[in-house]
Design a protein around this ligand. Structure first.
Ligand code: PXG
Ligand code: PLP
Length: 442
């Protein structure tokens, strides 16, 4: 203890970093000290091109003036307001703005502080909704293999990333998983949504038959799986899921933490893919990643099912100290205004052809076994080094950082998701730089 108190301010030991190879990092730290627009500044003064919008969240780019000002003004005006039994105007305003952006038919908003909390909120809402309307036997939650729904217990239960689950015991009961939509043997190097695999949605029918559909509360999927390494929905797949859910009274939840806020060229993936779920989970780009915030946007049928009983009673026993807090609400409003003024929520669609062409030009480079693209998202899948999974992609990540490029890797997949303000020469720089890195990989 005394040792720690005496430690220098830049001692790296105390902070146990999230989802990080802590010992590797602390032996050779990669510190970011400033950011503006498309770039970070590293501790050694180098400019780093942000190929990942932070962690898929800084969609409008860094240090945007409207957002900076809104946060400065908010702290001067109202720092915190109790979230329960009290309100402040900006939370209501942001909820309205979000409902306006959301697909037709989703118009009530609950706020949280992260995507993980928004997932828990949506899952609890689904089960409680059925109970509120007298179908309490609908309690099962269905997720999908390779799905990512944050790191809390509900989210890892419906999630399907093995390393995020295996250390944590029995998880939630009453959960099952559909198979994932990855069909590399048929769909490798597809441009955009792959052609094959709509029938994979019928896996939900198999599960529904096993448990009886009347026991299933909700299905949760990412319309496009991000975290597991960018798996796109085959053409027709999401439509089929929607159809099966409707036939069996099952709620459909889209986890749009990554696909929300312009990433796929529409405000939400729902609009891009033409399928409306019963609830949308979002976070990240909601505040441009600046103040933590998540949200669940629900249909009136769900909201209204709770609005019964005496009016002085709380209708839903759920919420967080910081739900809709003033700082996050101010950041959210200024973020949505920035997106609107600059047309950022549809910009990924305008750049999609250029971005996709640049990415697919990496085909044929050493170890590249698949390339996937949609909107301003890209994935380059590498053949793993036999016996050493993740090592090759991690080497690419380190080399890219040395070259002044920030990329993400998950397993042996490189994922790219630049801020939506990226310009074509920066696309060339990012993907050209990545090509150089790939050529040097063992
Ligand atoms: N759902 C989805 C679909 C996500 O992508 C979460 C929930 C959880 O959000 P929070 O705010 O609790 O982290 C996410 C988050 C990556 C990466 O590089 C992805 C996420 C977070 C960090 C890194 O793939 N997704
Ligand atoms: N733990 C304790 C002891 C608390 O009092 C609270 C909130 O009052 C929480 C956890 C939950 O915190 P939050 O509302 O920030 O999620």
């Amino acid at each position: 203890m005394s040792d720690r108190r005496a430690a220098a301010p830049n001692d790296l030991r105390a902070f146990w970093m999230p989802f990080t190879a802590n010992r590797q990092f602390k032996a050779a730290p990669r510190m970011l000290v400033a950011a503006e627009g498309m770039h970070y500044t590293a501790a050694d003064g180098r400019r780093i091109l942000d190929g990942t919008a932070g962690l898929w969240c800084v969609n409008a780019g860094h240090k945007r003036p409207l957002i900076v000002k809104a946060i400065q003004n908010q702290i001067e005006e109202l720092d915190y307001a109790p979230a329960f039994q009290m309100g402040h105007p900006k939370a209501f305003e942001l909820a309205n703005r979000l409902a306006d952006l959301a697909p037709e038919g989703l118009d009530h908003v609950m706020f949280t502080n992260s995507g993980s909390e928004a997932v828990e909120t949506a899952l609890k809402t689904a089960i409680a909704y059925h109970r509120a309307r007298g179908e309490g036997a609908r309690f099962r939650l269905i997720g999908r293999e390779r799905g990512y729904h944050g790191v809390n217990f509900g989210g890892i239960s419906v999630g399907g990333i093995v390393s995020n689950r295996k250390m944590f015991g029995t998880l939630l009961t009453g959960v099952d998983h559909m198979r994932d939509t990855h069909l590399p043997e048929k769909n490798a190097f597809s441009w955009g949504q792959p052609e094959h695999g709509a029938e994979l949605a019928d896996d939900l029918l198999r599960i529904a038959k096993l448990h009886d559909p009347s026991t299933i509360a909700a299905v949760i999927v990412e319309p496009m799986s991000g975290s597991t390494g960018v798996l796109l929905p085959p053409i027709g797949y999401l439509q089929r899921l929607r159809q099966i859910c409707d036939e069996h009274g099952i709620l459909l939840i889209f986890d749009e933490v990554i696909t929300g806020f312009g990433r796929v060229g529409e405000p939400f993936g729902s609009q891009r893919f033409g399928v409306t779920p019963d609830m949308i989970v979002c976070a990240k780009g909601l505040t441009n990643g600046i103040i933590p915030m998540g949200a669940v946007i629900v249909s009136p049928k769900i909201h209204d099912a709770f609005m019964t009983g005496p009016e002085h009673l709380i209708e839903f026993f759920h919420g967080y100290t910081y739900s809709g807090n003033p700082m996050a609400a101010a950041a959210g409003l200024a973020t949505l205004e920035t997106y609107k003024q600059e047309g950022l929520l549809t910009r990924a669609r305008e750049l999609e052809r250029y971005w996709g062409d640049a990415l697919h030009a990496l085909r044929g480079l050493p170890h590249v076994i698949d390339i996937r693209n949609l909107g301003l998202i890209g994935a380059v899948e590498l053949e793993p080094i036999p016996g050493h999974p993740t090592k090759r992609a991690f080497a690419a990540f380190l080399k890219a950082f040395e070259k002044g490029l920030l990329i993400r890797t998950t397993g042996d997949i490189i994922a790219l998701s630049p801020p939506l303000i990226i310009e074509k020469p920066q696309i060339d720089e990012l993907i050209g730089g990545l090509a150089d890195v790939l050529k040097t990989l063992e």
